[in-house]
Design a protein around this ligand. Structure first.
Ligand code: ATP
Length: 232
């Protein structure tokens, strides 16, 4: 479904991504794990068209994404849930969700029903200002907003960041549930244990390169991964 080949991305003189290759197959959950500053967010932002690569290719269902605008990439079926959530404060929960459907107005009503089934709390709070939600609820809103575009591939940037443990478990369970309804997921996380527990496959990113890859279970059992990323 998604193929990233020899991707290189710079910020001026800083080579943040230095020749990364990976794939995401239809229906999978794939996790990119690695320390702060490894290049994970840069990879995700380049896939969603917020950054342009210096070289390399990103191909999604046969189409080169690395030349498309961010809006065209959303229209192609890819939605990103940004790090830090970025819900629109001053707008209600409902208004935030509708913003997510701008590229898919025809399916808005059906998607709203699906989002409320997945996140009952958003239905309860639909008239509330998004800024008044807790961090975990804002994460749910950001995910719900992305789902409003009816994506085939969802990109999640650090969904568990800054959340209480109870909410972290909930968010990972929801990611699994979203995947079970047919949405492919590419997830980046510093919470490597839980990310690999739900992932079909994972890639370890360090200093702008992929250092290791395998199934979620293989990476969880790998001593090098355990000592560097799983606190073991
Ligand atoms: P984090 O979890 O902190 O987001 P990450 O693995 O996602 O880490 P990136 O944010 O992709 O890492 O950063 C990769 C490298 O690029 C780091 O060295 C970082 O300092 C640098 N970098 C990121 N954003 C910028 C920017 N806007 N300008 C300059 N350098 C940047």
């Amino acid at each position: 479904m998604l193929e990233v080949k020899d991707l290189r991305v710079n910020y001026g003189a800083i080579q943040a991504v230095q020749g990364v290759d990976f794939t995401v197959n239809d229906g999978e959950i794939v996790a990119l794990i690695g320390a702060n500053g490894a290049g994970k967010s840069t990879i995700l932002k380049t896939i969603s068209g917020l950054l342009r690569p210096k070289s390399g290719t990103i191909t999604y269902e046969g189409t080169r994404l690395d030349k498309l605008s961010a809006a065209k990439i959303v229209a192609a079926g890819i939605a990103q849930v940004p790090e830090g959530r970025h819900v629109f404060a001053g707008l209600t929960v409902m208004e935030n969700l509708k913003m997510g459907a701008y590229s898919a107005p025809k399916t808005q009503a059906a998607q709203l029903t699906a989002v409320f089934e997945q996140f009952p709390v958003l239905q309860e709070r639909r008239h509330q200002d998004a800024a008044t939600l807790s961090g975990g609820e804002q994460q749910m809103l950001a995910m719900g907003r992305a789902l409003m575009a009816k994506p085939k591939l969802m990109l999640l940037d650090e969904p568990s960041m800054g959340l209480a443990p109870l909410f972290i478990n909930k968010i990972f369970a929801i990611i699994k549930a979203i995947n079970a309804t047919g949405t492919t997921v590419l997830l980046i996380e510093q919470n490597a244990t839980q990310a690999l527990q739900i992932a079909d496959r994972g890639y370890v990113v360090a200093n702008g390169k992929v250092r290791l890859s395998g199934t979620g279970a293989e990476l969880l059992a790998n001593p090098a991964v355990q000592s560097a990323y799983l606190g073991g």
